[in-house]
Ligand binder design. Structure first.
Ligand code: HEM
Length: 146
């Protein structure tokens, strides 16, 4: 049997499509997956809250906080925002931080504590940058005292 050019290109296309549908390219994995899933996010959030608790620059803001609830909300928020299978059920950022008089310096200190938590678990620069790029824009709703 002779193969026509058309048959050959159809077969090449079929093999290519099969390859595409079974192959997960690194770039296609969600940030959630690349961070290591909900277990890894939980570990980072626990360390982050502990860092904040030990940070005299900002721990005063949290003196009446329900840390168990905060932990749960943060895990779901990060999980959902990075493409994971979670649902954030807390308040929107503006409502949650209303009246706290969070300053830019306090916001930056908290980001430092988060970066330290991410570094504790050796989260690579790329994933760290992507997570900070998701959280950064929330600053406008959180900081009340520039
Ligand atoms: C991107 C940065 C931040 C994120 C993603 C974030 C996220 C959250 C979330 C999800 C909650 C829980 C909302 C709820 O209870 O419905 C929360 C509450 C809170 N946040 Fe933030 N926050 C950020 C920055 C800050 C900063 C800079 C401060 C102060 C320095 C702060 C202080 C608080 C406090 C005191 C609470 C209330 C806890 C409680 O009443 O139990 N947050 N935040």
């Amino acid at each position: 049997m002779r193969f026509s050019k058309k048959m050959i290109s159809a077969s090449v296309a079929a093999v290519f499509l099969a390859f595409c549908s079974t192959t997960t390219f690194a770039e296609e994995r969600s940030l959630y997956e690349r961070l290591g899933g909900v277990g890894a996010i939980q570990a980072v959030v626990t360390k982050f809250i502990s860092n904040v608790g030990g940070d005299a620059r900002i721990n005063g803001y949290f003196k009446n906080a329900d840390l168990k609830q905060l932990n749960k909300h943060l895990v779901n928020q990060v999980c959902q925002a990075t493409g994971g299978p979670c649902t954030y059920e807390g308040r929107d950022m503006k409502t949650a931080h209303k009246g706290m008089k969070v300053t830019t310096a306090a916001f930056n200190a908290l980001v430092e504590d988060l970066v330290a938590a991410l570094d504790t678990f050796n989260v690579p620069e790329k994933e760290k940058g992507e997570l900070l790029a998701i959280l950064g824009p929330m600053k406008a709703d959180i900081v009340e005292v520039p």
